[in-house]
Each structure stands twice: as structure tokens, then as C-alpha cells.
Design a protein around this ligand. Structure first.
Ligand SMILES: Nc1ncnc2c1ncn2[C@@H]1O[C@H](COP(=O)(O)OP(=O)(O)OP(=O)(O)O)[C@@H](O)[C@H]1O
Length: 307
């Protein structure tokens, strides 16, 4: 759906995007992660033909950008930074104008507009002019605009910017639902937790360079250790001598892959267990390892809403 080769953008002495090889496949929710200033917005702008690359190539929906923009862009729903809107008009009126400008058929327009407003949670609050909208409402309106043409591909730059935890959850659910119905989603974010909860594949940008591109399933694979929570730490340590890699007063990390066998062994020896689980890599671990210098600039402290 999106493929770039050696995509590079320089602004004078600054290399904002450096030799990027992106590969976004059909059906992905691709989380494009990077600290502030790492080059995400510049990349999104190049993909949409809003900024010209210094060198390298970009293909969107199998066509070269920006050359094929006229054919490609109507099939792509995009949200890049603060979406433009007529401030005196309501969101609904704005969307009707956009739909008309994009050549959407007049027939069914009102229904299409109402549908996307409902989907992004603006259906009930749309009496106000857009100038009275909060940042979060503007963001939702931008998303509604992106959805209007029922695109095969959504390209979203920080789509939850300005939203509260409830709003973030709603957008996440909406994107998951659209993806299940066949829409490929490419979203940029500096929020590790957001991407961890939504993405199927992840690309990590570190000062303009792609330092990691992999499916989340592979990245979060088990570490080969098992986490054991027990009130009988001393007994468990004695039993598993040599296999315990770390422990505290209530838990142990054991170098064992077979959780069922470990369970049987512990229970057989009378060790009480309150929790037993294979340890997994977290996205945070993996991102920090891939880009140690950038890692501490990520925003990790977002509230975890839902699962
Ligand atoms: N028009 C421009 N002129 C000069 N430098 C630019 C321009 N646009 C971006 N840059 C620089 O390129 C680098 C990457 O910026 P970019 O906005 O793409 O990063 P980002 O990852 O999207 O960050 P943020 O999340 O803060 O928007 C930064 O150093 C930025 O200052």
C-alpha cells in the first residue's frame, strides 16, 4: 500500500528524513513511531505529495508519488496536522462543502456526512461553528473528512492529538473497526502506548532514519523467561536453583519456556502460585534498544484506557 526506497528530505543542512525504506502492507495498522522532530510529519507530507523529496522514491497504492497524485489521492483519507476548515460553518456544512469539492455525488451526500460525523462522535454536537470547536473536535472533524470518501488507505499524522483519554479510546476503536472492515491504516505517533494498543506493524523513526520495521507480534515475542508470583519465594528459589534469574519478596523470573511444566513442578512441591505468565518484550524495551538516544524523548506516560 505504501513503499518507499531511499526516501530523503533535506532542509539545508538538516536531514529531516534519511534514506527511508517503508513497507506498509494491505490490512496493516502501521504505527509510525518517532520522538518529536524525528521526521514523521515530513514523511507523511512526502507520501501525500505535499512536500517534494530531495531523493528516493515513494509509491502509494502501487503508484509513484507525487506523479500519480490525481489518481491516488482520492482513494486515500488523510489527516495531517490541524485540518483546514471554514471557521464560520458547522462541521456538517464543512463536510458537505468538502464532499462537493471532491466530486462526491449530490445524492446521498447528507447521509454520507451524517454517517461520518456519527462515526467520529460529532453527530450530537455539530450545531456550533467550527471556530468554537476544541482541538479534539477539530481533530475528529479532520478524521470525518478523511473517512468521507470511504478510502482504502488512511494516512493519519498524530490522529489523537488534543484528545482526552475517552476520545483517544473512541478513535482507537474506530480505527480498529475500519481496519477489520478492510481499511489499511498508517498512523504516526510519538505515543508508545497508543501504538502498542492499536498497531499490527511498527516502524520506528530515529532522527530521520528507520531503525526498526517489524510486526508487533514478532516484536513482543516471549523472552524465554517466565514470571512467577508467589508468597513462597524462598521455597520456589530452592526448588528452581540455577534457573532463577531475578527475584524480589513476591515474585521470580525463571529461565523456563514451558509454563505448564513449571506450574506442575511448583504445585507438586507445594509452592503456592498467584500468577504465572511468560515474560514478553514490551514495545518500549524494543524501541529503547533500537534507538537508545531517542528513547527517553518518547512520551510513555499516557493513561492506559481500556485494553
Ligand atoms: N519546512 C521546514 N524547514 C526547515 N526544517 C524543517 C521543515 N520542516 C521540518 N523541518 C525539520 O525537520 C525535522 C523533522 O521534522 P518533522 O516535523 O518531520 O518531525 P516530526 O517527527 O513530525 O515531529 P513533530 O512530532 O514534532 O511534528 C525537524 O528537525 C524539523 O525542524
Amino acid at each position: 500500500m505504501i513503499r518507499t526506497h531511499g526516501l530523503t528530505k533535506r532542509y539545508g543542512a538538516i536531514t529531516a528524513v534519511d534514506q527511508l525504506d517503508l513497507d506498509v502492507r494491505e490490512g496493516d495498522v502501521y504505527g509510525f513511531l518517532g520522538a518529536n522532530g524525528s521526521g514523521k510529519t515530513t514523511t507523511v507530507r512526502m507520501l501525500l505529495g505535499l512536500v517534494l523529496a530531495t531523493s528516493g522514491t515513494a509509491e502509494v497504492l502501487g503508484r509513484a508519488m507525487p506523479r500519480a497524485g490525481r489518481e491516488v489521492l482520492p482513494q486515500v483519507g488523510a489527516l495531517v496536522e490541524s485540518p483546514a476548515a471554514y471557521p464560520r460553518l458547522s462541521g456538517r456544512a464543512n463536510l458537505r462543502v468538502h464532499d462537493a469539492l471532491a466530486g462526491g455525488r449530490r445524492r446521498g451526500r447528507a447521509g454520507r456526512v451524517d454517517d461520518v460525523l456519527d462515526r467520529v462522535g460529532l453527530g450530537g454536537v455539530d450545531q456550533r461553528p467550527v471556530r468554537a470547536y476544541s482541538l479534539g473536535m477539530r481533530q475528529r472533524l479532520g478524521l470525518a473528512h478523511a473517512l468521507l470518501s470511504q478510502p482504502r488507505l488512511l494516512v493519519l499524522d498524530e490522529p489523537t492529538n488534543g484528545l482526552d483519554p475517552q476520545g483517544i479510546r473512541e478513535i482507537r476503536d474506530l480505527l480498529t473497526e475500519l481496519n477489520a472492515a478492510g481499511t489499511t491504516v498508517f498512523l504516526s505517533s510519538h505515543l508508545l502506548a497508543e501504538v502498542e494498543q492499536m498497531a499490527t506493524r511498527v516502524g520506528v523513526l530515529d532522527r530521520g532514519r528507520l531503525v526498526l520495521q517489524e510486526s508487533l507480534e514478532v516484536l513482543k515475542r516471549p523472552t524465554g523467561r517466565t514470571y512467577v508470583r508467589t508468597p513462597d519465594v524462598a521455597a520456589a528459589r530452592a526448588l528452581l536453583d540455577g534457573q532463577v534469574e531475578a527475584y524480589d519478596e513476591a515474585s521470580l523470573l525463571v529461565r523456563v519456556r514451558d509454563v505448564a511444566a513449571l506450574n506442575a513442578q511448583l504445585v507438586g512441591a507445594g509452592v503456592r502460585i498467584s500468577e504465572l505468565a511468560p515474560e514478553k518484550h514490551t514495545l518500549e524495551d524494543v524501541v529503547l534498544a533500537a534507538s537508545s538516544a531517542a528513547g527517553d524523548r518518547f512520551d510513555r506516560d499516557v493513561p492506559r484506557v481500556g485494553s
